[in-house]
Ligand binder design. Structure first.
Ligand SMILES: Cc1cc2nc3c(=O)[nH]c(=O)nc-3n(C[C@H](O)[C@H](O)[C@H](O)COP(=O)(O)OP(=O)(O)OC[C@H]3O[C@@H](n4cnc5c(N)ncnc54)[C@H](O)[C@@H]3O)c2cc1C
Length: 475
């Protein structure tokens, strides 16, 4: 516990930093009012996912408009030993952008520049631009960003790179990280680094990759050069029903085995249990030049039929596609209005886990997970796949939220034992890896932009993470 003298020393440092910031940055872009502080102190992490955790009031919110201002903030924060928390859309589900210790919240949404380069099928984009804004700018050129998360309207380029976010088109185009050709970033020292944005280079390690999925560990992304893809001439949707999860899983593997790459691959059942295997629904898109999409859709249909699939009316897939952003839009609206996301108010708490596994381990993992959840008296809402046969998700509910933490740890451990990795989306890097790399690579831990980042969804690893929440040594 901090002594009174230490408390006074901290307050003096915080005041000194505030004053230095006000001299260096346009004062109107520094906020200390309660409303702004309380909105920007949290992201979309459900409080129930980290029992006992509360957000702390930030020292201030700074909204830079240029990379040089980000560098200034980092350098000053370094001088005074105050943490910096980079925040984009604040839609991260794992608390990575939430304030755990009082620090400077760097609201990067002011970095808005979008420059479309149609001849290169690339875009130079500021970290604060949303994916939706990028799409709006690219569409007149017949181009699109191939990353399509639920939160397209609110998630920023910096945040989606930081979390290596995955979207509805991930089956064909990969994750956000796969869209990144180069980055501009401010390092923990305050230096600005730009990587060369080309399709491939062999001049050393691909440094831009260090920033993908790193949630600010190695620096703050201030801009990126992203791939763009042609808006598809045709997007053909299909929906199928299979007698049970395993039957549809075999069909999906058969599609992937012949080299089909659906843009959308959404597979799920409802209320499965150890002794109850309900039907499962597969929704897919095939897209690109019309004749190519048509040929792929026909091949997929014939394989699904051969694997006992029943085709559902097209409206089923169309309704899914039309509503795919609804939940993200609701979050965006709630955050813009400064309100708590109403999903937090559900009567029965729920939790979920997204894991990446070798596809051959998925059915066994699912079976063991259903057993573990039944043993803990938790009700499974659904199991499913997203984008790929190895990206498995499971959601469950129960009256005792406290039980979730225990079960999450068991399920994560099981996943690791089966050569899988923790959540494939909605998540930052593995906490232990993150902790070790931050410890080794950050020149000074003091201002490692997100050495305080929470990685809160890893209940089993919280003790390790705690080191990074603590106030660093004084300069
Ligand atoms: C309803 C809902 C649906 C969602 N659907 C999806 C989905 O389909 N797919 C998916 O992957 N996720 C999804 N998420 C989670 C979230 O939208 C994504 O993780 C998204 O990528 C976060 O972007 P953001 O700009 O909001 O980042 P933030 O929440 O602001 O930040 C996320 C992390 O990145 C760090 N960060 C932010 N900006 C930078 C930067 N410029 N440089 C370095 N680090 C930075 C933050 O410190 C934090 O650790 C969903 C969330 C909600 C609430």
């Amino acid at each position: 516990m901090a002594t009174k003298a230490q408390g006074i020393e901290v307050a003096m440092l915080e005041n000194a930093l505030l004053q230095a910031l006000q001299e260096a940055i346009t004062p109107s872009r520094i906020s200390t009012d309660q409303t702004t502080l309380s909105i920007l102190a949290r992201d979309a992490l459900h409080p129930g996912r980290m029992p006992g955790w509360t957000v702390t009031q930030p020292l201030c919110v700074v909204r830079p408009e240029h990379t040089s201002e980000v560098a200034t903030v980092i350098r000053l924060a370094n001088t005074y030993g105050i943490p910096v928390i980079p925040v984009g859309g604040g839609s991260g589900l794992m608390g990575g952008a939430a304030s755990i210790v009082p620090g400077v919240v760097l609201d990067l949404r002011g970095l808005q520049e979008i420059h479309i380069r149609p001849a290169d099928r690339m875009a130079d984009v500021g970290a604060g631009a949303t994916i939706q804004a990028l799409n709006q700018a690219a569409a007149p050129y017949g181009l699109m960003c191939a990353h399509d998360p639920w939160t397209v309207a609110v998630a920023t380029v910096g945040g989606t790179i930081g979390t290596n976010s995955l979207g509805y088109l991930g089956g064909k185009y990969g994750s956000m990280g796969d869209q990144v050709l180069g980055v501009e970033a401010v390092l923990p020292t305050g230096e600005i680094m730009t990587t060369r944005a080309v399709e491939k280079s062999s001049t050393g390690p691909g440094l831009h990759r260090l920033f993908i999925g790193a949630e600010g560990c190695f620096g703050i992304v201030t801009g990126a050069t992203l791939r763009l893809f042609p808006l598809p001439q045709a997007r053909l949707l299909q929906a199928w029903e299979f007698a049970d999860f395993a039957t549809g899983f075999t069909a999906i593997n058969a599609l992937l085995q012949v080299g089909l790459r659906p843009g959308l691959l959404e597979y799920s059942d409802e209320n499965p249990a150890v002794d109850h295997e309900p039907p499962a629904t597969l929704i897919m898109s095939f897209e690109g030049p019309r004749r190519v999409a048509q040929a792929e859709a026909e091949e997929a249909a014939s394989l699904c039929t051969a694997h006992q699939g029943q085709q559902l009316p097209l409206q089923h897939a169309e309704a899914f596609w039309t509503q795919r952003h609804d939940s993200g839009d609701a979050y965006a609206a709630a955050r813009a209005a400064g309100q708590t996301w109403n999903r937090h108010l559900r009567r029965h708490p729920l939790d979920y886990l997204h894991v990446a596994l070798p596809p051959s381990a998925v059915l066994d993992y699912r079976r063991q997970s259903l057993t573990i959840l039944a043993q803990h008296h938790l009700h499974v809402l659904h199991t499913g796949l997203w984008c790929h046969a190895g990206l498995f998700n499971i959601a469950f509910s129960g009256t005792e939220a406290a039980m979730f933490t225990t079960v999450q740890s068991v399920l994560v451990q099981l996943c690791q034992d089966m050569h899988g990795a923790m959540e494939f989306c909605h998540h930052g890097p593995h906490l232990i890896v993150c902790g070790e790399t931050v410890g080794r690579c950050t020149p000074t831990r003091r201002s490692s932009p997100s050495s305080r980042s929470v990685r809160a969804g890893c209940p089993g690893h919280r003790a390790v993470g705690k080191r990074f929440y603590q106030r660093p040594p004084r300069p």
